[in-house]
Design a protein around this ligand. Structure first.
Ligand SMILES: [Zn+2]
Length: 532
């Protein structure tokens, strides 16, 4: 039997099978049901998000003799003809290889003939932005006065390259990148069906690498399955095949640099070498990761420059909030220099190890850039003033102005009434090692666990970074924290991860009050334990 690529084999045949584009699918189904169709559609979005698959299903549904609630039946004469690839009413044109005026002239000739045994003649033009100017003009003429039986579905990854005159005549649908969790689920369903064993983290890595493009995920999986035929699919194998360094490594390295952990960095380097990875690639990868962090940190809307799936962006933002711009720029500069030096050095390992030491012990580095950076650090610290003042500074009443209204004083937070298991978590928190992800771990280390009565009792995890709180709340890590705590405390907690700002807004209390309450509670518990 001929080999069929996975993405073809798993190509959706009905709207219900299209992943991650619920809103678009719903609208198209409604149009089929109501019969209110347009003559021209534009499907845009990054590659592998389901544009062409959706176009094919939609075309089939439009011409189906017996549509089921907007879905093609895939049984009738018309559907079968299309599925078997002998349908003259639905035509697929790849504009990348048919981009000339002549191709479109042929199409215009063809469009004049009535469809055979169906309502519409449908032209799916893939990669439409590749058409030449002449071809666009020819297409425009048809779009201006389309025959009643003609329908065009234009698909493109690059709508900016499509002339406005064309755009304005199309109903436009923007296909979203598909969420990593959805991609993982698709791969998992397939492997389960085929009875192939796998590590969940292998699938998570593939989904992350695919970055919202289901087709990329399919082709990575395809390569892995072909290469390791009949074996369990592990993360290690996926990494080896792709020659990739798990991007988690860059998160780890950055976190180690942030915490100045020399030993951990040297160990990481050693592991990379043992796995046969190229150290220069590692440095390049780290530079590009830091560059992403810097962009996220300095630009309010980095979407265009980074072009990442939403959850990858959230993760970056959470990490970026833990780093200062100075830190990022300094490390990027140092590593770029290192990378240049590495090209002419046979012992790359020593160079890299020296660099890690230098970066973790700034007193070793006598360069001007480093001295400047350390000066800035000192200045920043001075500017912030004493960090832990017991009394919040009061703003003096301005002369001549209205007197400053006194804040209504709330009674101190009553922690004694917290449920015992919540108290136990709060007390044990500083000693917990989650080991989930380097940045998540740093955020959790600094976090304050607390209690809220809402929702029948909730364990609040208050985090000193809104991007961090947002990321953990929305990502898989929330569930993994819950699992970790359930295992440790034999109890399922209702979790909520919020930022300090949100806590302050919600409870009209300052973070310092919260800190004091947590400290008090821990002291009391220590005291109780001593008494026993
Ligand atoms: Zn049908």
């Amino acid at each position: 039997m001929a080999y069929t690529a996975l993405y073809r084999k798993l190509r959706p045949q009905t709207f219900a099978e299209v992943i991650g584009q619920e809103a678009i699918v719903q609208t198209l189904k409604n149009q089929v049901r109501s019969g209110r169709l347009s003559h021209a559609y534009l499907f845009t979005g990054t590659r592998g998000t389901g544009k062409t698959s959706t176009a094919k299903i939609f075309a089939r549904a439009v011409n189906c003799l017996n549509p089921q609630d907007g879905e093609p039946c895939n049984q009738c004469e018309n559907c079968r003809r299309d599925l078997e690839g002998r349908d003259l009413n639905i035509m697929e044109i790849d504009a990348a290889s048919n981009n000339g005026v002549d191709n479109i002239r042929e199409l215009r000739e063809d469009v004049r003939y009535q469809p055979a045994g169906a309502r519409y003649k449908i032209y799916i033009i893939d990669e439409v932005h590749m058409l030449s100017t002449g071809a666009f003009n020819a297409l425009l003429k048809t779009l201006e006065e389309p025959p009643a039986h003609a329908m065009f579905i234009l698909a493109t990854t690059d709508p900016h390259k499509v002339p406005d005159t064309i755009l304005s005549r199309c109903q436009r649908y923007d296909f979203r990148r598909i969420a990593g969790g959805d991609i993982q689920m698709v791969l998992q369903t397939y492997l389960n069906k085929e009875g192939i064993a796998f590590e969940e983290k292998a699938l998570r890595f593939i989904a992350k690498t695919a970055d919202g493009a289901l087709r990329d995920a399919h082709s990575i999986l395809d390569r892995c399955l072909a290469f390791y035929l009949g074996e369990e699919l592990t993360l290690e194998k996926v990494l080896r095949l792709l020659g990739a360094v798990d991007s988690g490594v860059y998160e780890k390295i950055t976190a180690h640099l942030l915490k100045k952990e020399i030993t951990a960095l040297l160990t990481e380097t050693d592991e990379m070498l043992m796995q046969g990875r190229d150290l220069q690639q590692l440095v390049l990868g780290e530079i590009s990761y830091l560059r992403d962090l810097l962009i996220v940190k300095t630009m309010p809307q980095p979407g265009k420059l980074l072009d990442l799936a939403e959850e990858n962006l959230l993760a970056l933002r959470a990490a970026a909030e833990l780093c200062t711009e100075d830190f990022l720029m300094y490390i990027i500069k140092s590593l770029s220099q290192l990378e240049a030096d590495m090209r002419y050095e046979s012992n790359k390992r020593i160079l890299l190890e020296l660099e890690w030491i230098k970066l973790c012990r700034p007193e070793v580095d006598q360069s001007e850039a480093n001295i400047l950076r350390r000066l800035t650090e000192v200045e920043n610290r001075l500017a912030e003033g004493p960090v832990h003042s017991a009394e919040p500074a009061r703003r003096p009443a301005e002369k001549g102005g209205e007197p400053v209204k006194a804040q209504p004083t709330l009674p101190p937070i009553e922690t004694a009434a917290f449920p015992e298991d919540i108290k136990a978590v709060i007390a044990a928190w500083p000693g917990l090692h989650f080991a989930l992800n380097p940045f998540v771990d740093i955020a959790l280390e600094k976090a304050m666990p607390f209690y809220a009565e809402a929702g029948g009792g909730t364990l609040l995890i208050v985090i000193d970074s809104s991007a961090g709180a947002d990321y953990i709340e929305k990502s898989e890590y929330k569930e993994r924290i819950a699992e970790f705590l359930a295992e440790k405390f034999q109890k399922n907690f209702n979790l909520q991860i919020i930022s300090v700002q949100e806590y302050e807004n919600r409870h009209k209390r300052g973070a310092q009050e919260l800190k004091n309450a947590v400290a008090d509670l821990r002291r009391n518990i220590d005291f109780e334990i001593e008494m026993r």
